[in-house]
Design a protein around this ligand. Sequence first.
Ligand code: ZN
Length: 111
Amino acid sequence: MTKNNIFKRDKYKSARGGYSRMLNLHCRKCNTIFATYQKDGPGNLRRLYMDRIMSPEKLVGLENQPLKNIQPLRCLQCDFIVGMPYIYKKEDRKAFRVFQDAIIKRIKKIN
Ligand SMILES: [Zn+2]
């Protein structure tokens, strides 16, 4: 894969100015990376859109599941609950509502 095609490009990305970064999401409690995430546009991470979670595999594609089947988002290492599933009404888009200060985010270097 080249640097140019690893990001998802769609209407959501365009709506946020077309600028994206890949983030490593760390658990606040144990510092383990529990997911990688494509963040579109500026601003804080108050919700994680399910269609932007790029890894691990078990968290990819959750947006295709019925909401009632989706478990709270937990740290894989320590089981700390990071966020709760809900539907972001404005875009009718599945997301996790992130608990304040539950996540440390660091920009992932892409080589
Ligand atoms: Zn943890």
